[in-house]
Design a protein around this ligand. Structure first.
Ligand code: GTP
Ligand code: MG
Length: 444
């Protein structure tokens, strides 16, 4: 248990109807009693009390509703008090200042969640899920975070730890009882168990691509010659006049980016400077940026003008990005059947936009949205740990085929267990914990 009692404003900054000052730690009730018009230490857990917060010299700071949670029954696991005060940023600050004056220390980012973790209220994967839940931008990301918060990922990890522990126990029996040990299991049985565990780990590892895409969104980069209608298409997809559109080639000179959802999935759309040969110094720089953006994108969208023949530059673009999605724009004008397929649209009259959106989602999600029942890895830290465990199991399998002494096999299995333990936090250093919780908001 911690000695210090911590406090922070738990609601977002700015003005709102109410704000919450959160206090957690041994002295929570004493501190609250010292500044509140009631005896907080006498209150039952999970009860709310109306009253006043007083300054040191007895002046009323605010009328509040005070919530009490006893030790073992709060988010942190410690005695906690939440003060619901009026939601001006100034008044909330004053209430917090009074709490600090009465003996609490200002909480660091994520410190409430850190305490919840240290007091075994939640494991590390669950603590991280809290943060993800807050930042979730769409239904599926929310689902992944909420699964993780409810411990579904932790349960899966623990199951795999259990299988690996079983295998380790048998192999260690071989070390300790070289004569009888083989009775526990045959080589083939152990190999089967190893392959089965490896398969499960690999399936989990594979979900990370989806998890990462869900969380940060996929980048779509619009490129093409000047005047083909890139900025017009950006505006049409966003449904707002975001980019400047003119009939002068070379209108867009810098990168523009905007977040948007397509069929509920998060994307980041980039509009770029039209690519052509130029000596104009600003435009040249813009074109360099276009090319760089396209290289870093998840999907490149090449926009072509269907009403005119391709230029040499455009042919080069098509060769440079063989996996790009090809879009023929300006179908409202007269045109001849193009040489190769692509999605036909008119950014101006908004024709073909829904086909385009469908195709974008298909390309990114390969015609399959993540299965709702699947447990998805969303954190790179978890992904790396799972891969580390896979590598260790691989080493064990290889060792088996090379008849390596069982001590070494057991050692690699222990490393696999250690890697998995990092996910739920039974085996992480204070440095790693510090880095994880520092990303949280203050008051969480
Ligand atoms: N007829 C027709 N004109 C279009 C269409 N889309 C865009 N335009 C016109 O094409 C011209 C260029 O449009 P922009 O969206 O600025 O083109 P851009 O590709 O962003 O051009 P740069 O920024 O110079 O690279 C404008 O006059 C648009 O109104 C379309 O679908 N049909
Ligand atoms: Mg433009």
């Amino acid at each position: 248990m911690y000695d210090e009692t911590i406090a922070a404003i738990a609601t977002p900054p700015g003005e709102g109807a109410i704000s919450i000052v959160r206090i957690s730690g041994k002295k929570s009730f004493d501190i609250a009693s010292a500044i509140f018009s009631g005896h907080v230490e006498t209150y039952a857990s999970h009860t709310a009390h109306f009253g006043k917060i007083f300054s040191k010299d007895g002046a009323v700071i605010d009328e509040v509703l005070l919530l009490v949670m006893h030790e073992g029954k709060s988010y942190t696991g410690e005695a906690s008090v939440e003060i619901n005060c009026h939601g001006g940023s100034f008044i909330t600050q004053k209430v917090l200042a009074r709490v600090l004056e009465a003996g609490a220390r200002a909480a660091r980012p994520g410190e409430f969640s850190l305490r919840a973790f240290k007091n075994n209220r939640i494991d590390l994967a669950q603590a991280e899920a809290v943060q993800e839940l807050i930042h979730a931008k769409n239904e599926l990301a929310l689902k992944a975070a909420s699964d993780q918060l409810q411990g579904r990922l932790s349960i899966l990890v623990k199951e795999m730890q259990l299988s690996i522990t079983d295998i380790t126990a048998i192999i260690e029996a071989w070390v300790d009882y070289p004569e009888e040990g083989l009775e526990f299991a045959t080589n083939e049985e152990i190999l089967d168990m190893l392959h089965e565990t490896k398969k499960k780990l690999e399936n989990l590892s594979k979900t990370f691509h989806d998890g990462a895409t869900l969380n940060r969104g996929s980048t779509l980069c619009l490129i093409g010659a000047p005047n083909v209608g890139k900025s017009s298409l950006m505006n049409a997809l966003l449904d707002q006049e975001r980019a400047i559109v003119t009939d002068i080639p070379g209108t867009t000179r810098d990168l523009l980016h905007e977040d948007l959802f397509i069929e509920g999935m998060p994307f980041r759309l980039l509009d770029t400077a039209g690519i052509r040969k130029t000596h104009e110094i600003i435009e040249k720089e813009g074109i360099e940026r276009s090319k760089k953006a396209a290289r870093g994108a998840d999907l490149v969208l090449i926009l072509l003008d269907i009403s005119r023949p391709l230029t040499e530059e455009e042919k080069l673009l098509l060769e440079t990005y063989p996996n790009a999605l090809i879009i023929w724009n300006k179908v409202d004008l007269s045109y001849e059947t193009p040489l190769f397929p692509g999605i036909k649209i008119s950014a101006k009259s908004r024709k073909g936009l829904s086909e385009l959106k469908k195709e974008i989602v298909n390309r990114i999600w390969k015609n399959r949205l993540p299965d709702k029942e699947l447990i998805i890895l969303t954190k790179e830290r978890h992904f790396l740990a799972v891969n580390e465990a896979i590598n260790c199991i691989d080493a064990v399998i290889l060792g088996f085929h090379q008849n390596i002494s069982p001590e070494f096999l057991a050692f690699d299995l222990r490393l696999a267990l250690k890697a998995l333990a990092e996910i739920i936090g039974t085996n992480v250093t204070e440095d790693i914990l510090g880095a994880i919780f520092a990303k949280f908001c203050v008051g969480k």
